[in-house]
Design a binder for this molecule. Structure first.
Ligand code: PMM
Length: 280
């Protein structure tokens, strides 16, 4: 990855869910979610990522109708404000409704694996497609957090690259243009703590697939574990922000395309310092 002068896209999270691990319930109704999205825009978000399904470990899936009711009115309102909106969904039906409501990006944490109709919907729309590394829904993902290769090495970077390349091939076969694809290593999804750090270390190998990278580390458990108290208690979700910002700086230096974050204002501050000190 090149250390560029180009900045990093800031994707602000708008979870319209009662149960997301990081901010569950806080923006669960339409008005609160729209107000939150507007605040993130004022704070400097480039993209608002609106989601109606929690993907925290063990979460149960909402009905399609519930997911639609959560995200569509929020997307309509924020897109009408002129915001660039992405929809965080694994469902083709929700993606189609979100695109009709004004979203221009589909952020599919399953990379097309959860719904066989997803890639076709995205291809037909011309939307940007974020394909994340994923192995199974939240109730099963921790069982699949093993990355032994035939040689016996636990090489999560190798496996994530291989599996993302398969998703790229499927996206191409469905008719999604390469310049519409963004890849995401999927921190915390079927990954144990150490896997996330190995992926961050090996991010150049993921970038070598040739696509822009989006990384979502904000408030995740591996940061809570890194910052654990002497008795082993993980740092609470609400106190992981500084570590997330440090990671944003590292990711900017590594040349990622974008970061998916909850605290847009703090992320912008970090990037302003980085941009100001990276000028030549
Ligand atoms: N993480 C979550 C949800 N959606 N989308 C992408 N592309 N990458 C991620 O890492 C990601 C995601 C889970 O985090 P949240 O519950 O804080 O939204």
């Amino acid at each position: 990855m090149t250390r560029g002068l180009r900045s990093v896209v800031v994707m602000g999270v708008v979870n319209v869910t009662p149960d997301s691990f990081s901010d569950g319930g806080r923006w669960a109704d339409t008005d609160a979610a729209v107000a939150h999205g507007r605040r993130l825009l004022a704070d400097g978000a480039d993209i608002l990522d609106v989601g109606g399904e929690s993907t925290r470990p063990g979460a149960t899936r909402p009905l399609v109708s519930e997911e639609l009711d959560r995200v569509v009115p929020v997307i309509e309102a924020l897109a009408a404000d002129g915001a660039r909106v992405s929809v965080d969904t694994m469902r083709a039906e929700v993606a189609a409704a979100a695109l009709a409501a004004g979203a221009s990006i589909v952020n599919d944490v399953s990379g097309g694996l959860a719904d066989p109709a997803m890639l076709g919907v995205v291809a037909g729309s011309g939307a940007t497609y974020v394909a994340m590394h994923w192995r199974a829904h939240s109730d099963r993902m921790n069982d699949l957090a093993t990355y032994d290769t035939p040689g016996g090495r636990d090489d999560v970077v190798h496996a994530v690259c291989r599996e993302l390349a398969e998703r790229v091939a499927a996206a191409r076969a469905a008719g999604i243009a390469d310049d519409k694809v963004v890849l995401d290593p999927g921190l915390g999804f079927a990954k144990r703590g150490e896997h996330n750090w190995q992926l961050l270390e090996g991010l150049d190998r993921v970038a070598a697939l040739g696509f822009p990278l989006l990384v979502g580390a904000s408030r995740k458990s591996f940061l809570g574990a890194l910052l654990a108290a002497p008795d082993g208690a993980p740092r609470p979700v609400s106190e992981r922000e500084v570590a997330g910002h440090a990671l944003t700086l590292v990711l900017a230096q590594r040349g990622v395309w974008g970061v998916r974050v909850h605290d847009v204002r703090g992320t912008r501050d970090v990037l302003r310092v980085w941009e100001r000190t990276s000028r030549r």
